[in-house]
Every structure is written in structure tokens, then in C-alpha cells.
Ligand binder design. Structure first.
Ligand code: SF4
Length: 65
């Protein structure tokens, strides 16, 4: 399972990396950076990644696979 980010929608609330810092990081402006860009998430991070995806106010994140 992978996480997808739409950079155009991300405004940098930071909920994703606050909820799931093992999965998401922030750039200098506080926008989301995927730690597993184009890679399958390790199984142990899938649940917390789903929570963060569901809590993005901008719908910038999605799960795939
Ligand atoms: S929660 Fe959504 S809008 Fe906020 S930083 Fe993360 S991806 Fe961007």
C-alpha cells in the first residue's frame, strides 16, 4: 500500500506529520513530504498512515493499493 500526495492541495497544516511522523515529514514551509514516496509503506505504518490521510483537511493525501 502506498500514500499519494497532491502538492497543489497541501497547504501545510501539519496534521499528517503530527499524527504519523514515521510516514510524513515537512519541508521548510511546513508542507508535507512523503517519507516513502513511490514505495510501499512498511506494514506497521499502514494504520497510522490511514488515520493521517483521513485527517488531512485539504484532501491532499490518498492511499493506493
Ligand atoms: S495534513 Fe494535508 S494539508 Fe496538512 S500538511 Fe499534511 S498533506 Fe498538507
Amino acid at each position: 500500500m502506498k500514500v499519494r500526495l497532491d502538492d497543489e492541495l497541501c497547504v501545510g497544516h501539519g496534521r499528517c506529520y503530527a499524527l504519523a511522523p514515521d510516514v510524513f515529514d515537512a519541508d521548510d514551509q511546513g508542507h508535507c513530504v512523503l517519507r516513502f514516496d513511490d514505495e510501499d509503506l512498511p506494514e506497521r505504518f499502514v494504520d497510522v498512515a490511514k488515520q493521517a490521510v483521513a485527517n488531512c483537511p485539504e484532501d491532499a493525501l490518498a492511499m493506493e493499493g
